[in-house]
Ligand binder design. Sequence first.
Ligand code: GAL
Length: 449
Amino acid sequence: MNTTRERRFPDKFLWGAATSAHQVEGGNTHNDWWRFEQQPGVIRGGRGSGEACRHHERFAEDFALAAADGHGAHRLSLEWSRLEPRRGHFDAAAVAHYHEVLGALRRLGMTPIVTLHHFTNPLWIADAGGWESRDTIDRFAEFATFCAREFGGEVDWWCTVNEPEVFAFRGWSEGIWPPAVRDNSRALGVIAHQLEAHGRAYHAIHEADRLDADGDGHAALVGFAKHHVQLEALRPWHPLDRLVAHFERRVFNEAVEQATVTGRIDLAIPGARPVRRDVPGLKGALDWFGLNYYTRWRVKSLAREPHVATPGAPLNDLGWEVWPEGFRRALHSAARAGKPVLVTENGFADAGDTLRPRALFEFAEAMHRAIAEGVPVAGYLHWSLLDNFEWADGWHGRFGLYGVDPADPRGPRRRTRSAEVLARLARANALTPEVEEAAGRVALGARRD
Ligand code: GAL
Protein backbone atom coordinates (compact mmCIF):
# COMPACT_ATOMS: atom_id res chain seq x y z
CA MET A 1 0.00 0.00 0.00
CA ASN A 2 1.14 3.53 -0.75
CA THR A 3 1.72 5.06 2.66
CA THR A 4 2.98 8.43 1.49
CA ARG A 5 -0.12 9.61 -0.43
CA GLU A 6 -2.16 12.01 1.65
CA ARG A 7 -5.19 10.37 3.24
CA ARG A 8 -7.63 12.82 4.75
CA PHE A 9 -9.92 12.46 7.76
CA PRO A 10 -13.47 13.82 7.74
CA ASP A 11 -14.05 17.55 8.24
CA LYS A 12 -14.47 18.61 11.89
CA PHE A 13 -12.72 15.45 13.04
CA LEU A 14 -11.84 15.86 16.74
CA TRP A 15 -8.16 15.29 17.50
CA GLY A 16 -6.89 15.44 21.04
CA ALA A 17 -5.88 13.58 24.17
CA ALA A 18 -7.64 12.15 27.21
CA THR A 19 -7.01 12.19 30.95
CA SER A 20 -9.00 11.35 34.06
CA ALA A 21 -9.15 13.42 37.23
CA HIS A 22 -7.71 10.98 39.73
CA GLN A 23 -4.84 10.01 37.46
CA VAL A 24 -3.51 13.53 36.92
CA GLU A 25 -4.94 16.03 39.40
CA GLY A 26 -3.30 14.95 42.65
CA GLY A 27 -4.71 15.21 46.17
CA ASN A 28 -8.02 13.46 45.56
CA THR A 29 -8.28 12.43 49.19
CA HIS A 30 -12.06 11.96 49.38
CA ASN A 31 -12.48 9.00 47.07
CA ASP A 32 -12.24 5.24 47.41
CA TRP A 33 -9.09 4.97 45.29
CA TRP A 34 -7.12 7.24 47.60
CA ARG A 35 -8.15 5.12 50.58
CA PHE A 36 -7.31 1.91 48.69
CA GLU A 37 -3.85 3.20 47.75
CA GLN A 38 -2.91 3.61 51.40
CA GLN A 39 -2.83 -0.19 51.87
CA PRO A 40 0.55 -1.86 51.50
CA GLY A 41 1.14 -3.98 48.43
CA VAL A 42 -1.84 -2.93 46.32
CA ILE A 43 -0.01 -0.54 43.98
CA ARG A 44 2.90 -1.74 41.88
CA GLY A 45 6.07 0.00 43.00
CA GLY A 46 4.29 1.37 46.07
CA ARG A 47 3.79 4.93 44.80
CA GLY A 48 0.14 6.00 44.92
CA SER A 49 -1.55 8.88 43.13
CA GLY A 50 -0.23 11.40 45.68
CA GLU A 51 0.28 14.72 43.95
CA ALA A 52 -0.05 12.91 40.60
CA CYS A 53 0.89 15.47 37.90
CA ARG A 54 -0.33 18.46 39.94
CA HIS A 55 -2.68 19.00 37.04
CA HIS A 56 -5.20 20.48 39.48
CA GLU A 57 -2.87 23.47 39.65
CA ARG A 58 -1.17 23.17 36.27
CA PHE A 59 -4.16 22.51 34.01
CA ALA A 60 -3.85 25.79 32.07
CA GLU A 61 -0.23 25.13 31.23
CA ASP A 62 -0.97 21.52 30.28
CA PHE A 63 -3.86 22.54 28.03
CA ALA A 64 -1.63 25.13 26.38
CA LEU A 65 0.76 22.32 25.38
CA ALA A 66 -2.12 20.39 23.81
CA ALA A 67 -3.42 23.48 22.02
CA ALA A 68 0.04 24.25 20.65
CA ASP A 69 0.06 20.71 19.25
CA GLY A 70 -3.11 21.44 17.33
CA HIS A 71 -5.49 19.50 19.58
CA GLY A 72 -9.05 20.64 18.98
CA ALA A 73 -10.58 18.55 21.76
CA HIS A 74 -9.71 17.23 25.20
CA ARG A 75 -11.32 14.50 27.28
CA LEU A 76 -11.24 14.93 31.04
CA SER A 77 -13.31 13.80 34.01
CA LEU A 78 -15.01 15.75 36.77
CA GLU A 79 -14.07 14.30 40.14
CA TRP A 80 -17.33 13.44 41.86
CA SER A 81 -15.69 13.37 45.32
CA ARG A 82 -14.46 16.94 44.90
CA LEU A 83 -17.75 18.28 43.60
CA GLU A 84 -19.97 16.41 46.06
CA PRO A 85 -17.83 15.50 49.08
CA ARG A 86 -20.99 14.78 51.10
CA ARG A 87 -24.32 13.64 49.75
CA GLY A 88 -26.24 16.60 48.36
CA HIS A 89 -23.54 19.07 49.40
CA PHE A 90 -21.82 20.60 46.39
CA ASP A 91 -18.53 22.30 47.08
CA ALA A 92 -18.46 25.87 45.73
CA ALA A 93 -14.67 25.96 45.35
CA ALA A 94 -14.65 22.71 43.36
CA VAL A 95 -17.47 23.98 41.15
CA ALA A 96 -15.55 27.20 40.51
CA HIS A 97 -12.41 25.19 39.78
CA TYR A 98 -14.05 23.12 37.05
CA HIS A 99 -15.56 26.26 35.52
CA GLU A 100 -12.00 27.56 35.25
CA VAL A 101 -10.83 24.28 33.73
CA LEU A 102 -13.58 24.23 31.12
CA GLY A 103 -13.15 27.94 30.45
CA ALA A 104 -9.43 27.41 29.85
CA LEU A 105 -10.19 24.73 27.25
CA ARG A 106 -12.80 26.88 25.52
CA ARG A 107 -10.46 29.86 25.36
CA LEU A 108 -7.86 27.67 23.67
CA GLY A 109 -10.47 26.56 21.16
CA MET A 110 -10.62 22.99 22.45
CA THR A 111 -13.90 21.08 22.74
CA PRO A 112 -14.24 19.50 26.19
CA ILE A 113 -15.42 15.90 26.33
CA VAL A 114 -16.47 15.41 29.91
CA THR A 115 -16.65 12.09 31.75
CA LEU A 116 -18.76 11.90 34.89
CA HIS A 117 -17.53 8.59 36.28
CA HIS A 118 -13.97 7.48 35.62
CA PHE A 119 -13.56 4.68 38.19
CA THR A 120 -13.42 6.76 41.40
CA ASN A 121 -16.23 7.12 43.91
CA PRO A 122 -16.78 9.54 46.76
CA LEU A 123 -16.19 7.76 50.07
CA TRP A 124 -19.84 8.26 51.02
CA ILE A 125 -20.87 6.34 47.90
CA ALA A 126 -18.35 3.54 48.49
CA ASP A 127 -19.39 3.24 52.13
CA ALA A 128 -23.08 3.00 51.26
CA GLY A 129 -22.52 -0.12 49.15
CA GLY A 130 -20.95 1.48 46.09
CA TRP A 131 -22.02 0.11 42.73
CA GLU A 132 -23.56 -3.00 44.25
CA SER A 133 -26.29 -0.81 45.67
CA ARG A 134 -29.16 0.27 43.42
CA ASP A 135 -29.22 3.58 45.30
CA THR A 136 -25.96 4.49 43.59
CA ILE A 137 -27.82 4.63 40.29
CA ASP A 138 -30.08 7.34 41.74
CA ARG A 139 -27.17 9.21 43.32
CA PHE A 140 -25.27 9.15 40.01
CA ALA A 141 -28.28 10.41 38.08
CA GLU A 142 -28.55 13.30 40.57
CA PHE A 143 -24.87 14.07 40.12
CA ALA A 144 -25.29 14.01 36.34
CA THR A 145 -28.23 16.41 36.61
CA PHE A 146 -26.20 18.77 38.76
CA CYS A 147 -23.25 18.74 36.33
CA ALA A 148 -25.43 19.17 33.25
CA ARG A 149 -27.16 22.19 34.80
CA GLU A 150 -24.00 23.70 36.18
CA PHE A 151 -21.62 23.10 33.29
CA GLY A 152 -24.02 22.75 30.37
CA GLY A 153 -23.07 26.19 29.06
CA GLU A 154 -19.49 24.99 28.59
CA VAL A 155 -20.03 21.32 27.75
CA ASP A 156 -21.91 19.59 24.94
CA TRP A 157 -20.09 16.23 24.84
CA TRP A 158 -20.90 14.16 27.91
CA CYS A 159 -19.49 10.73 28.68
CA THR A 160 -21.49 9.16 31.50
CA VAL A 161 -19.41 6.18 32.65
CA ASN A 162 -15.98 4.94 31.68
CA GLU A 163 -15.57 1.23 30.95
CA PRO A 164 -18.29 -0.42 33.07
CA GLU A 165 -16.77 -3.83 32.25
CA VAL A 166 -13.20 -2.97 33.26
CA PHE A 167 -14.40 -1.19 36.39
CA ALA A 168 -16.44 -4.25 37.43
CA PHE A 169 -13.99 -7.01 36.54
CA ARG A 170 -10.97 -5.34 38.11
CA GLY A 171 -12.81 -4.42 41.30
CA TRP A 172 -15.16 -7.38 41.77
CA SER A 173 -13.70 -10.32 39.83
CA GLU A 174 -9.90 -9.98 39.80
CA GLY A 175 -10.12 -8.01 43.05
CA ILE A 176 -7.11 -5.82 42.26
CA TRP A 177 -8.99 -2.51 42.43
CA PRO A 178 -11.32 -1.28 45.15
CA PRO A 179 -13.39 -2.78 46.69
CA ALA A 180 -11.13 -5.84 46.06
CA VAL A 181 -13.89 -8.45 45.81
CA ARG A 182 -13.45 -11.73 43.92
CA ASP A 183 -16.89 -12.82 42.87
CA ASN A 184 -18.02 -12.99 39.24
CA SER A 185 -21.71 -12.84 40.12
CA ARG A 186 -21.21 -9.56 41.96
CA ALA A 187 -19.10 -8.24 39.06
CA LEU A 188 -21.97 -8.85 36.63
CA GLY A 189 -24.32 -7.00 38.98
CA VAL A 190 -21.99 -4.01 38.94
CA ILE A 191 -21.79 -3.88 35.13
CA ALA A 192 -25.59 -3.96 35.04
CA HIS A 193 -25.87 -1.10 37.54
CA GLN A 194 -23.40 1.00 35.58
CA LEU A 195 -25.31 0.42 32.34
CA GLU A 196 -28.56 1.36 34.05
CA ALA A 197 -26.86 4.43 35.47
CA HIS A 198 -25.76 5.37 31.97
CA GLY A 199 -29.36 5.16 30.74
CA ARG A 200 -30.63 7.27 33.62
CA ALA A 201 -27.87 9.85 33.21
CA TYR A 202 -28.49 10.00 29.46
CA HIS A 203 -32.03 11.27 30.00
CA ALA A 204 -31.10 13.41 33.01
CA ILE A 205 -28.43 15.24 31.02
CA HIS A 206 -30.70 15.86 28.05
CA GLU A 207 -33.30 17.20 30.45
CA ALA A 208 -30.90 19.50 32.31
CA ASP A 209 -28.48 20.72 29.65
CA ARG A 210 -30.34 22.94 27.19
CA LEU A 211 -27.39 25.20 26.43
CA ASP A 212 -25.56 24.74 23.16
CA ALA A 213 -21.98 25.61 24.12
CA ASP A 214 -20.57 25.97 20.62
CA GLY A 215 -23.57 26.88 18.51
CA ASP A 216 -23.59 23.71 16.41
CA GLY A 217 -27.21 22.94 17.21
CA HIS A 218 -26.53 20.31 19.91
CA ALA A 219 -26.87 21.20 23.57
CA ALA A 220 -25.89 17.73 24.72
CA LEU A 221 -24.40 14.69 23.05
CA VAL A 222 -24.29 11.81 25.48
CA GLY A 223 -22.34 8.57 25.24
CA PHE A 224 -20.28 6.25 27.39
CA ALA A 225 -16.80 4.77 26.96
CA LYS A 226 -16.43 1.05 26.30
CA HIS A 227 -13.13 -0.79 26.53
CA HIS A 228 -13.01 -3.21 23.62
CA VAL A 229 -10.47 -6.02 23.93
CA GLN A 230 -9.83 -8.49 21.16
CA LEU A 231 -10.15 -11.93 22.74
CA GLU A 232 -9.06 -14.94 20.73
CA ALA A 233 -8.05 -18.52 21.44
CA LEU A 234 -4.31 -18.91 21.94
CA ARG A 235 -4.54 -22.35 20.35
CA PRO A 236 -7.23 -22.14 17.66
CA TRP A 237 -7.48 -25.95 17.53
CA HIS A 238 -8.22 -26.17 21.25
CA PRO A 239 -12.02 -26.40 21.87
CA LEU A 240 -11.83 -25.05 25.41
CA ASP A 241 -9.68 -22.03 24.46
CA ARG A 242 -12.25 -21.24 21.78
CA LEU A 243 -15.22 -21.69 24.06
CA VAL A 244 -13.78 -19.51 26.82
CA ALA A 245 -12.78 -16.81 24.31
CA HIS A 246 -16.32 -16.91 22.94
CA PHE A 247 -17.89 -16.43 26.40
CA GLU A 248 -15.47 -13.66 27.30
CA ARG A 249 -16.14 -11.81 24.05
CA ARG A 250 -19.86 -12.08 24.66
CA VAL A 251 -19.88 -10.77 28.19
CA PHE A 252 -17.03 -8.28 27.96
CA ASN A 253 -17.62 -6.80 24.51
CA GLU A 254 -20.89 -7.74 22.87
CA ALA A 255 -23.28 -7.58 25.84
CA VAL A 256 -22.09 -4.11 26.80
CA GLU A 257 -21.97 -2.85 23.20
CA GLN A 258 -25.54 -4.02 22.55
CA ALA A 259 -27.18 -2.82 25.78
CA THR A 260 -28.27 0.57 24.41
CA VAL A 261 -29.32 -0.98 21.10
CA THR A 262 -31.68 -3.55 22.62
CA GLY A 263 -32.43 -1.94 25.99
CA ARG A 264 -31.64 -5.33 27.49
CA ILE A 265 -28.92 -6.29 29.90
CA ASP A 266 -27.82 -9.83 29.23
CA LEU A 267 -24.68 -10.81 31.12
CA ALA A 268 -23.61 -14.39 31.73
CA ILE A 269 -20.42 -16.27 32.57
CA PRO A 270 -20.28 -20.00 33.37
CA GLY A 271 -20.37 -20.47 37.12
CA ALA A 272 -21.81 -17.03 37.89
CA ARG A 273 -25.36 -15.81 38.48
CA PRO A 274 -26.50 -14.33 35.15
CA VAL A 275 -28.09 -10.89 34.98
CA ARG A 276 -30.87 -10.60 32.43
CA ARG A 277 -33.37 -7.80 32.39
CA ASP A 278 -34.96 -5.18 30.19
CA VAL A 279 -34.19 -1.71 31.42
CA PRO A 280 -36.77 0.97 30.75
CA GLY A 281 -35.18 3.97 29.04
CA LEU A 282 -31.95 2.22 28.08
CA LYS A 283 -32.90 1.39 24.51
CA GLY A 284 -31.61 4.12 22.22
CA ALA A 285 -30.03 6.05 25.10
CA LEU A 286 -26.90 6.87 23.15
CA ASP A 287 -25.82 9.74 20.88
CA TRP A 288 -22.29 8.47 20.30
CA PHE A 289 -20.32 5.39 21.20
CA GLY A 290 -17.02 5.87 23.04
CA LEU A 291 -14.39 3.32 22.10
CA ASN A 292 -11.33 2.71 24.26
CA TYR A 293 -9.01 0.35 22.45
CA TYR A 294 -5.63 -0.97 23.49
CA THR A 295 -4.92 -4.62 22.83
CA ARG A 296 -5.67 -8.26 22.07
CA TRP A 297 -5.44 -11.08 24.58
CA ARG A 298 -5.07 -14.73 23.71
CA VAL A 299 -7.14 -16.99 25.89
CA LYS A 300 -5.32 -19.95 27.39
CA SER A 301 -7.87 -22.12 29.15
CA LEU A 302 -7.11 -23.97 32.39
CA ALA A 303 -3.86 -22.05 32.80
CA ARG A 304 -2.57 -20.05 35.73
CA GLU A 305 -2.19 -17.07 33.39
CA PRO A 306 -5.48 -17.20 31.44
CA HIS A 307 -4.62 -14.29 29.10
CA VAL A 308 -1.34 -14.00 27.25
CA ALA A 309 -0.01 -11.82 24.44
CA THR A 310 0.39 -13.26 20.95
CA PRO A 311 3.83 -14.88 20.86
CA GLY A 312 6.33 -12.75 18.91
CA ALA A 313 4.05 -9.69 18.64
CA PRO A 314 5.27 -6.15 19.42
CA LEU A 315 4.40 -5.33 23.05
CA ASN A 316 4.11 -2.15 25.07
CA ASP A 317 5.83 -1.70 28.45
CA LEU A 318 2.93 -3.41 30.24
CA GLY A 319 3.21 -6.47 27.98
CA TRP A 320 0.13 -5.58 25.88
CA GLU A 321 0.17 -6.52 22.22
CA VAL A 322 0.23 -3.56 19.81
CA TRP A 323 -1.97 -4.63 16.89
CA PRO A 324 -3.38 -1.96 14.54
CA GLU A 325 -5.69 -4.40 12.74
CA GLY A 326 -7.39 -5.06 16.09
CA PHE A 327 -8.23 -1.36 16.28
CA ARG A 328 -9.83 -1.43 12.82
CA ARG A 329 -11.95 -4.39 13.87
CA ALA A 330 -12.86 -2.76 17.19
CA LEU A 331 -14.09 0.31 15.30
CA HIS A 332 -16.35 -1.93 13.23
CA SER A 333 -17.73 -3.56 16.40
CA ALA A 334 -18.32 -0.14 17.95
CA ALA A 335 -20.25 0.92 14.85
CA ARG A 336 -22.79 -1.83 15.53
CA ALA A 337 -24.28 0.42 18.19
CA GLY A 338 -25.58 2.41 15.20
CA LYS A 339 -24.12 5.77 16.30
CA PRO A 340 -21.05 7.85 15.51
CA VAL A 341 -17.96 6.40 17.18
CA LEU A 342 -15.65 8.62 19.19
CA VAL A 343 -12.31 7.06 20.08
CA THR A 344 -12.27 8.11 23.71
CA GLU A 345 -8.94 6.34 24.40
CA ASN A 346 -6.13 4.66 22.53
CA GLY A 347 -2.51 4.66 23.58
CA PHE A 348 0.70 2.80 24.29
CA ALA A 349 2.69 2.59 27.52
CA ASP A 350 6.19 3.32 26.27
CA ALA A 351 8.56 5.04 28.67
CA GLY A 352 11.29 5.30 26.03
CA ASP A 353 8.87 6.52 23.34
CA THR A 354 10.47 4.05 20.97
CA LEU A 355 7.57 2.03 19.59
CA ARG A 356 4.80 4.57 20.15
CA PRO A 357 5.46 7.10 17.35
CA ARG A 358 5.14 4.39 14.70
CA ALA A 359 2.27 2.70 16.57
CA LEU A 360 0.34 5.96 16.59
CA PHE A 361 0.82 6.30 12.85
CA GLU A 362 -0.28 2.74 12.11
CA PHE A 363 -3.30 3.05 14.39
CA ALA A 364 -4.26 6.24 12.57
CA GLU A 365 -3.94 4.30 9.31
CA ALA A 366 -6.17 1.54 10.68
CA MET A 367 -8.72 4.16 11.71
CA HIS A 368 -8.56 5.76 8.29
CA ARG A 369 -9.23 2.39 6.73
CA ALA A 370 -12.24 1.81 9.00
CA ILE A 371 -13.63 5.22 8.01
CA ALA A 372 -13.16 4.40 4.34
CA GLU A 373 -15.08 1.16 5.00
CA GLY A 374 -17.99 3.15 6.37
CA VAL A 375 -17.42 3.47 10.14
CA PRO A 376 -18.58 6.96 11.17
CA VAL A 377 -15.65 8.02 13.38
CA ALA A 378 -16.07 11.46 14.95
CA GLY A 379 -12.66 11.84 16.54
CA TYR A 380 -9.61 10.37 18.19
CA LEU A 381 -8.46 11.14 21.75
CA HIS A 382 -5.08 9.71 22.58
CA TRP A 383 -4.45 8.22 26.00
CA SER A 384 -2.87 10.24 27.45
CA LEU A 385 -1.72 13.84 27.45
CA LEU A 386 0.56 13.23 30.44
CA ASP A 387 2.29 10.30 32.10
CA ASN A 388 -0.02 9.58 34.99
CA PHE A 389 -1.09 7.31 37.83
CA GLU A 390 -1.97 4.02 36.15
CA TRP A 391 -4.22 2.59 38.85
CA ALA A 392 -2.83 -0.70 40.26
CA ASP A 393 0.15 -0.43 37.89
CA GLY A 394 1.16 2.71 39.74
CA TRP A 395 3.60 4.73 37.66
CA HIS A 396 4.74 1.80 35.54
CA GLY A 397 2.69 2.44 32.45
CA ARG A 398 3.96 5.68 30.89
CA PHE A 399 1.29 6.68 28.40
CA GLY A 400 2.00 10.42 28.20
CA LEU A 401 2.56 12.43 25.04
CA TYR A 402 4.30 14.58 27.63
CA GLY A 403 6.54 12.89 30.16
CA VAL A 404 6.07 13.64 33.85
CA ASP A 405 8.44 12.61 36.62
CA PRO A 406 6.19 11.45 39.48
CA ALA A 407 8.95 12.35 41.94
CA ASP A 408 8.88 15.91 40.61
CA PRO A 409 5.34 16.81 39.51
CA ARG A 410 6.31 20.50 39.66
CA GLY A 411 9.08 19.86 37.14
CA PRO A 412 9.01 20.36 33.39
CA ARG A 413 6.72 18.35 31.10
CA ARG A 414 8.91 16.49 28.58
CA ARG A 415 7.64 16.54 25.02
CA THR A 416 7.91 13.21 23.16
CA ARG A 417 8.22 12.42 19.48
CA SER A 418 4.76 10.90 19.73
CA ALA A 419 3.43 14.34 20.65
CA GLU A 420 4.89 15.55 17.36
CA VAL A 421 3.25 12.71 15.42
CA LEU A 422 -0.16 13.52 16.85
CA ALA A 423 0.42 17.26 16.32
CA ARG A 424 1.14 16.70 12.63
CA LEU A 425 -1.92 14.47 12.28
CA ALA A 426 -4.13 17.00 14.02
CA ARG A 427 -2.86 19.98 12.04
CA ALA A 428 -3.11 18.26 8.66
CA ASN A 429 -6.24 16.26 9.53
CA ALA A 430 -4.65 13.72 7.25
CA LEU A 431 -2.02 11.03 7.06
CA THR A 432 0.71 12.92 5.24
CA PRO A 433 4.34 12.16 4.44
CA GLU A 434 5.26 14.59 7.26
CA VAL A 435 3.29 12.50 9.76
CA GLU A 436 5.07 9.36 8.64
CA GLU A 437 8.41 11.12 8.74
CA ALA A 438 7.87 11.96 12.43
CA ALA A 439 6.65 8.41 13.11
CA GLY A 440 9.56 6.65 11.44
CA ARG A 441 9.32 4.31 8.50
CA VAL A 442 10.06 0.97 10.11
CA ALA A 443 6.74 -0.88 10.24
CA LEU A 444 5.66 -2.34 13.59
CA GLY A 445 5.44 -5.76 11.98
CA ALA A 446 9.10 -5.54 10.99
CA ARG A 447 10.29 -4.87 14.53
CA ARG A 448 12.01 -7.51 16.59
CA ASP A 449 11.88 -6.47 20.25
C1 GAL B 1 -8.18 2.48 30.51
C2 GAL B 1 -8.59 3.51 31.53
C3 GAL B 1 -7.63 4.64 31.71
C4 GAL B 1 -6.18 4.20 31.62
C5 GAL B 1 -5.95 3.30 30.42
C6 GAL B 1 -4.54 2.77 30.27
O1 GAL B 1 -8.77 1.25 30.81
O2 GAL B 1 -9.85 4.06 31.19
O3 GAL B 1 -7.94 5.28 32.91
O4 GAL B 1 -5.75 3.70 32.81
O5 GAL B 1 -6.82 2.20 30.46
O6 GAL B 1 -4.26 1.74 31.16
